[in-house]
Design a protein. Structure first.
Length: 185
């Protein structure tokens, strides 16, 4: 899977789980592929997976055994659509998505991509903070477009209003456009 597809998938996973966080469900607070996740999930096994399994905490052998069986059965590569459908039916949609993200994020090429991305992101953050960000003049030739998430007005705490990214793009002189959807609440 190419870098752009990995980033797109990760964005979609975050959007799905952020949307899910606006609804009922079981709270989770942990890390998935190195990224913090504070949201809600649709099943006990998905909750345990995020809160304990991925953190290396073995508190419930029954759920540990279920999860280990999934890893054993699907130990090679990234699960395909059929496997994800089966996991969704057997466990839950959120568990299938989280398992997929973990498998995808732990491929060696994707780990390296994430490491390089984090390094570059931290460099840019530091340069923004001290005013030393030096971008090529051609950056002004690009249009930056943000598409807010569902409920971005009613629940701005999710970050779906893109307040921070808009501030950062303003900092280098490229004011972003924001898609407005009158049906969004």
């Amino acid at each position: 899977m190419g870098a752009s597809r990995f980033i797109l998938f990760t964005g979609l996973l975050v959007a799905v789980l952020a949307f899910n966080g606006c609804s009922t469900g079981l709270p989770v607070n942990g890390k998935v592929i190195g990224q913090p996740l504070d949201s809600r999930v649709d099943s006990e096994i998905a909750q345990y997976y995020v809160n304990h399994y991925l953190a290396g905490e073995c508190l419930r052998t029954d759920l540990e055994n279920e999860i280990e069986q999934v890893y054993t059965a699907h130990s090679v590569g990234v699960p395909d659509r059929g496997i994800l459908k089966k996991l969704s039916e057997d466990y839950s949609t959120d568990f299938a998505a989280l398992f997929f993200a973990d498998r995808l994020g732990n491929l060696s090429g994707n780990r390296e991509l994430a490491r390089v991305f984090e390094t570059l992101l931290n460099q840019v953050k530091k340069q923004l903070e001290n005013g030393s960000l030096n971008l090529p003049e051609t950056i002004k030739d690009y249009e930056v477009l943000f598409v807010p998430g569902f409920l971005y007005k009613r629940h701005p705490v999710t970050g779906a209003d893109f307040r921070r990214p808009k501030k950062n793009t303003d900092a280098f002189g490229n004011s972003p456009s924001v898609c407005r959807n009158p049906r969004r609440r």
